[in-house]
Structures are given as structure tokens and as C-alpha cells.
Design a protein around this ligand. Structure first.
Ligand code: ATP
Ligand code: MG
Length: 360
């Protein structure tokens, strides 16, 4: 029997509650499809600060590096707001991503059929939304040098540098072209090439690479126009390729098209080696330990891990179908529109997902 080594990072806030639901669903499909999962649970973020005074203990990073995949819930809590930036929970996650070299952040944004009529946006706008944002994650303005703050005669000045090399652009663009090849063969690259030199290089490289993917239809949008088009007519997009800063903004905007942050998974990948799979939402400290969190983004992150990380496509399909079924059966958590629906807590929703798995 094939056995995978998966590191679990339940993190903070609602993290442990939703992780518990996810592992139960993974165990169910693992048994059904006859593969084994060996979990190794490690600390990151606030829980790691409490125990080791370090948001990313060495042993956590080491375990992640030698795993087949890493499944993370969420990190962070207002409790740590007073700490300096490099000591806060969020720096643990940033260092984990860079420590694993995860340069490609993949966020699928799909509207679940049962939720279309419950969207706060117009039904005709959201009904066909099914896109993926591919965001460069380890370069760009978040990491570029020089950066900092300087005292000058005229007061203080602060600066960051947006920089990309051809190597960094080529490798993320390749991920996006390959994904587009597997989907609707449409790729939109988002930049600001009318203003930024770094975007001009970005665009040149993407065009250069497109000759290797003649079946993929490529277009380019300036980021300001793209932000508008996403709201105006989101179904024009299939795969979106963009850099770190623009991707941060565009992917949150795209996420809202689906109505709830509690439904969206993500993956952060490199070419070889373990990927990191996590929900798009944060640790939701305001609802932690109340058993009301929506565990579906976490279960869908587990599905992405099974599909992309472990290549267990049937198991991944089952998890996604089970989510589709609970929604169609009228079950909701309280972050979703609940008018006339059956509202469940986190644990009850987990049980309902398991029942849908068993009914498949
Ligand atoms: P981060 O900085 O970690 O991204 P954030 O400040 O953006 O965190 P979240 O933790 O994502 O915020 O929470 C934003 C809001 O969405 C909160 O009101 C939270 O309760 C709600 N929320 C987030 N995730 C869920 C979930 N899985 N189920 C229900 N509500 C959620
Ligand atoms: Mg957030």
C-alpha cells in the first residue's frame, strides 16, 4: 500500500477545529482508495511562539521539507499584535513559504452551483465563474532590495523595490501556461507595462514563452483594467497570471466573487518537492473555539493536496463532490446565506460531509 507523509499545521484560532474535520475526510477517502497517510503534526505561528518563542521552529521546517505535502489551517491572533514584525505569527508562514521555495501560489475561484442564487452579486455575473489565479509568491516588491526607511533633511523617506528576473518570470509563467493547457487554454497575464519597467520585462518574457504553448490563447491586461474586468465580467477569465503584489490584490478580489471566504482553498508550489495547501481565509480569532467555523475551505484544501500534491485524483474528486452534495442538500455554516437553510456548526458540518462521502 502506498503511504504518504503529510505534515499537519493546525496553527491558531479556528485552525485546529477545521483541521480535525479535514483529516477525518482524508482518512475516509484514503481507506476507500487504499492508500495510507502518515500524519506528523507540528507547530507554527502563535502556538509555536507560545511553546518555543519562535513562529517557525526549526523542527517544523525540517519536517515540512522531508514530507510529501504540508496541510496548513491558518495562523495569527491579535494576542501577538504588539510583537515586532519578524517575531509575529505571520512571519512564520512567510519563512515557511520561502524556506520551501514555494514560488507559485494557485487559487482556484469557482462558484458552487448551490450558492449562485445566494451571492450578493448579480446572478448573471457570477454564475459561470470558474477561474484560477496564479500568483508569483517569492519575488517582486515584497522581497526586492533595496528597501527600508531613510532619514533625510526633508523628513523620512521609505521605499521598496519591485524586481523580477527572467528566471523568476519564466518559471511562474510556465506554471500558468501548463495549467491553462489543462483547462480552457486561455491565459491572461496582468501587469502594469505602460508604467513599470519590471512589467515590461514581465510582458516580454510571457510573450516569449507563449511560443512554446501555441494552443493557449494569451492576452494581457493592465492591473487597473483587470480589477475592473473581474467585477464587470468575471467569466471572461480562465487562468490569470500575475506577480506578487498584483496577485495579492487580484486574488482577494476574485475570491469575493464566490460570496464567502470560507469556501476557498489554495496551493503554494515549487517545481519539485512538497507543496503547501491551505484555505484562503485566516485564523478567524473572533469565532475560534465556538464550533461555528466553516470547514469547507479546509476540506477543499485537502482535496487540492490529494490532487496536486499526491496525485490521488479519485480521492480529491470524492471530497469535492461531497462538498457539492452538502450544499445542494441545503446545509450551510453561518458565514454563508442561511435563509431557510439548515445551519450547522463546524463539527456537524464535518459529519455531514462524511455522510455525503459515504453516500457516494
Ligand atoms: P489573515 O490576516 O490571517 O488573512 P484576516 O484578518 O484577513 O486574517 P480572517 O481570519 O480570514 O481575517 O477572517 C475574516 C472574517 O471572516 C472574520 O470575521 C472571520 O470570522 C470570517 N471567517 C474567516 N474564515 C472563516 C471560516 N472558515 N468560517 C467562518 N467565518 C470565517
Ligand atoms: Mg486576510
Amino acid at each position: 500500500m502506498k503511504t504518504y507523509n503529510v505534515v499537519l499545521l493546525p496553527g491558531d484560532g479556528i485552525g485546529p477545529e477545521i483541521m480535525d474535520v479535514a483529516t477525518k475526510t482524508i482518512d475516509y477517502v484514503a481507506q476507500k482508495y487504499n492508500f495510507g497517510i502518515e500524519y506528523e503534526q507540528k507547530l507554527i505561528g502563535g502556538s509555536a511562539i507560545d511553546k518555543y518563542n519562535d513562529p517557525l521552529p526549526e523542527e517544523t521546517l525540517k519536517a515540512c521539507k522531508s514530507s510529501d505535502a504540508v496541510l496548513l489551517s491558518a495562523i495569527g491572533s491579535p494576542k501577538y499584535d504588539a510583537l515586532p514584525r519578524e517575531k509575529r505569527p505571520e512571519s512564520g508562514l512567510l519563512n515557511l513559504r520561502s524556506g520551501l521555495g514555494l514560488f507559485a501560489n494557485i487559487r482556484p475561484v469557482k462558484v458552487w452551483p448551490a450558492l449562485i442564487s445566494e451571492s450578493s452579486l448579480k446572478q448573471e455575473i457570477v454564475q459561470n465563474v470558474d477561474l484560477v489565479v496564479v500568483r508569483e509568491l517569492t519575488g517582486g516588491i515584497y522581497f526586492g532590495q533595496p528597501k527600508g526607511r531613510l532619514q533625510s533633511e526633508n523628513g523620512e523617506r521609505a521605499f521598496n523595490t519591485m524586481t523580477y528576473s527572467t528566471m523568476e518570470i519564466d518559471r511562474i509563467a510556465r506554471v500558468a501556461f501548463e495549467l491553462a493547457t489543462d483547462r480552457k487554454k486561455k491565459l491572461c497575464s496582468i501587469d502594469k507595462a505602460n508604467v513599470l519597467d519590471v512589467s515590461q520585462l514581465w510582458r516580454e518574457r510571457v510573450i516569449e514563452l507563449s511560443y512554446n504553448f501555441p494552443k493557449v490563447e494569451l492576452n494581457h491586461l493592465y492591473v487597473d483594467n483587470a480589477a475592473m474586468q473581474l467585477i464587470r465580467q468575471p467569466d471572461q477569465f480562465d487562468v490569470i497570471l500575475t506577480g506578487n503584489l498584483f496577485g495579492d490584490i487580484i486574488s482577494d478580489e476574485a475570491a469575493m466573487l464566490t460570496g464567502s471566504i470560507g469556501m476557498l482553498p489554495s496551493a503554494s508550489l515549487r517545481l519539485e518537492g512538497p507543496g503547501l495547501f491551505e484555505p484562503v481565509h485566516g485564523s478567524a480569532p473572533d469565532i475560534a473555539n465556538k464550533d461555528i467555523a466553516n470547514p469547507m475551505a479546509m476540506v477543499l484544501s485537502a482535496a487540492m493536496m490529494l490532487r496536486v500534491g499526491l496525485k490521488e485524483n479519485n480521492a480529491a474528486d470524492d471530497l469535492e463532490n461531497a462538498i457539492d452534495k452538502v450544499l445542494k442538500d441545503g446545509y450551510r455554516t453561518s458565514d454563508l446565506m442561511t435563509n431557510g437553510k439548515k445551519v450547522l456548526g463546524c463539527r456537524e458540518m464535518g459529519e455531514q460531509i462524511l455522510m455525503s462521502l459515504a453516500a457516494a
